[in-house]
Each structure stands twice: as structure tokens, then as C-alpha cells.
Design a protein around this ligand. Structure first.
Ligand code: SF4
Ligand code: SF4
Length: 56
């Protein structure tokens, strides 16, 4: 399991400092490294556009 960022990401950067394992990478749309993500949900809690969800 990992969290994923969908195409509604506006690249605001709010999630980046929340990740304890540095699993999130910057870009036009931010990306979560599934191998580094520990499924804590901290990033999803702060995303203003609700772009981050648990992987199905
Ligand atoms: S769920 Fe937690 S570990 Fe995974 S990317 Fe978000 S903040 Fe990082
Ligand atoms: S907080 Fe949400 S909108 Fe902002 S960079 Fe992260 S995923 Fe994208």
C-alpha cells in the first residue's frame, strides 16, 4: 500500500515537508515513491485540493 497523487495536484508544495520518509518528489504534478511511502496519510491531510488518496 502507498498513497498516490492524482492529476488535480496544483504543485503547491504543501505536502512535501509533511512526509517523514521524503517519499514525495516535486514536479508539474507531485509524485509519491510507493517504495518509500509508509502509508501514514500526513500528506493527504494537508493537501488543499484533496489530490492525495490511498492506493486502491
Ligand atoms: S502517506 Fe505519509 S509516507 Fe506516504 S507520501 Fe504521504 S506523508 Fe509520505
Ligand atoms: S499538497 Fe496536494 S496540490 Fe499541493 S503539491 Fe501536494 S499533492 Fe499537489
Amino acid at each position: 500500500m502507498a498513497y498516490v497523487i492524482d492529476e488535480t495536484c496544483i504543485a503547491c508544495g504543501t505536502c512535501l515537508p509533511e512526509c517523514a520518509t521524503d517519499a514525495i518528489s516535486e514536479g508539474d504534478i507531485y509524485v509519491i515513491d510507493a517504495d518509500a511511502c509508509i502509508d501514514c496519510g500526513a500528506c493527504a491531510d494537508v493537501c488543499p485540493t484533496e489530490s492525495i488518496h490511498p492506493e486502491e
